[in-house]
Write a protein that binds this ligand. Structure first.
Ligand SMILES: Nc1ncnc2c1ncn2[C@@H]1O[C@H](COP(=O)(O)OP(=O)(O)OP(=O)(O)O)[C@@H](O)[C@H]1O
Length: 420
């Protein structure tokens, strides 16, 4: 979030409403008008590239989340959609209308993009009541008084803040201010809703509640939402489409489920999921993927290398937290971790067991996420039905499946099938 004062309630251009004008409610808006298409979009700041030629398209009514670590270009992308930054390459279209081109031949002003923007800081006018804050963009857009009153009542009701209408921003809570900011954004019926980390100022419970509210509003307005966050839980909960970004590029684009079940890269698999999947660096030795670790420790055998991966190459293997099990019997040599293969009872396959050290644990719904330190320092997560009665540093044994859930090649791209 860069510019709270630029908070823009983007009024609907030239939309003069009065009580006799039939108004198109957002929910009855024809499909297609709110689609968002970005082609080769680029933003350079001086010599550095913030957004490096990204492309995606989402249909009208989609909830697109731009997800990724700090500095990956999410906010810059959103600001280009909002009209607060001019692209230096590529093109943006809302529906079939081109709104910006990197060559500067098209740059529709922010106020004419039919897009509303909410930042993490609400930037309400402190000297105006809640009602006046929400009504302001409609006045700017020259809506007639009767229709303004109707619309303000409608959105205050939608956000469940009608009883706060005559209060000033200083007289309501942070969460309520956020609702007012959202009410103000949706009042002019924008086709596109743009959110830049709108929940990051809220406490954990309010975040969860407001997340649900935003989804309800998204459905009620029928608008297309583009939502920036670095919180993958938010993305996985809210999105119909996720663009996972890294270093100004899109690492993977798809539904939350696609990213979770079929990560295209090692980066995706370590960014998505609660907890994210475990990824271990390995070297192919004798046709098998052997986990890298200290020379003194036996190496974990992660299974046969997929076809096309050469001897001596570095790969990364992925084990989901649910694929590894844990037992806490004393190892024979706690200070000298060992790895061995033992038969699984009643089966012809083998399991691989590794001695490791318990680190920590945290509840996740009705289960427990247990952190374990492997020899060499890699931290793994394992999901268990109940907590482990151990202290940090006490020995445990990890039981791995015959083969990992996915294998990523030297370039980090999947080479062996990701499976659930
Ligand atoms: N006005 C600017 N001038 C120069 N560099 C900028 C400017 N705005 C952003 N950048 C740089 O562009 C890159 C992408 O920034 P951006 O704010 O889009 O990332 P982000 O993914 O939204 O990060 P965060 O989650 O921390 O807000 C960063 O390296 C940032 O330092």
């Amino acid at each position: 979030m860069k510019d709270p004062h630029a908070t823009a309630v983007r009024a609907r251009p030239g939309a003069v409403h009065d009580s006799t004008t039939p108004t198109t409610t957002a929910t009855s808006r024809p499909n297609g008008s709110g689609s968002v298409t970005v082609t080769g979009l680029r933003k350079d700041f001086g010599g550095s590239v913030a957004v490096d030629g990204i492309s995606f398209t989402v249909p009208a009514g989609a909830f697109l989340v731009l997800l990724g670590p700090s500095g990956c270009g999410k906010t810059t992308t959103l600001r280009m959609l909002a009209g607060l930054e001019q692209p230096t390459g590529g093109q943006i279209s809302f529906g079939d209308r081109v709104i910006a081109r990197g060559d500067g031949t098209v740059n529709v002003p922010a106020a004419q993009r039919e897009a509303g923007l909410v930042f993490q800081s609400y930037a309400l006018w402190p000297h105006k009541t809640v009602r006046d804050n929400v009504e302001w963009p409609l006045k700017v857009a020259k809506w007639a008084a009767g229709r303004r009153r109707e619309r303000v009542a409608e959105v205050l009701d939608l956000l469940a803040i009608s009883e706060l209408a005559e209060r000033y921003p200083g007289e309501i809570s942070g969460g309520q201010q956020q609702r007012v900011a959202i009410a103000r954004m949706i009042a002019p019926e924008p086709k596109i809703l743009l959110f830049d980390e709108p929940l990051s100022n809220l406490d954990a419970k309010l975040r969860v509640d407001t997340r649900g509210e935003l989804m309800r509003i998204h459905r009620a307005t029928g608008a297309t939402s583009v939502y920036v966050t670095h919180d993958q839980v938010e993305a996985m909960t809210m999105a119909t489409h996720v663009a996972l970004m890294k270093d100004g590029r899109i690492e993977q684009f798809g539904s939350p489920r696609q990213l979770l079940e079929n990560p295209r890269t090692a980066f995706t698999s370590t960014f998505i999921g609660t907890p994210p999947a475990n990824v271990l660096p390995c070297t192919v030795i004798g046709g098998r993927m052997m986990a890298d670790g200290p020379a003194t420790a036996a190496r974990l055998d992660c299974g046969p290398a997929p076809a096309g991966v050469a001897e001596g190459e570095n790969v990364q293997v992925m084990f989901r937290a649910t694929s590894i099990t844990l037992q806490h019997t004393q190892p024979t040599q706690p200070t000298q971790p060992t790895q061995r293969t033992v038969p699984t009872s009643g089966q012809t396959s083998h399991r691989t067991i590794l001695d490791a050290l318990f680190a920590d644990q945290a509840p996740l719904a009705d289960r427990w996420v247990v952190g374990v330190d492997m020899p060499g320092g890699n931290r793994l997560s394992v999901i268990l039905p109940s907590p482990v009665g151990l202290g940090p540093g006490e020995p445990v044994q990890l039981i791995f499946p015959d083969e990992p859930d996915a294998v990523f090649g030297p370039d980090g791209v999947v080479v062996g099938g990701a499976r659930r």
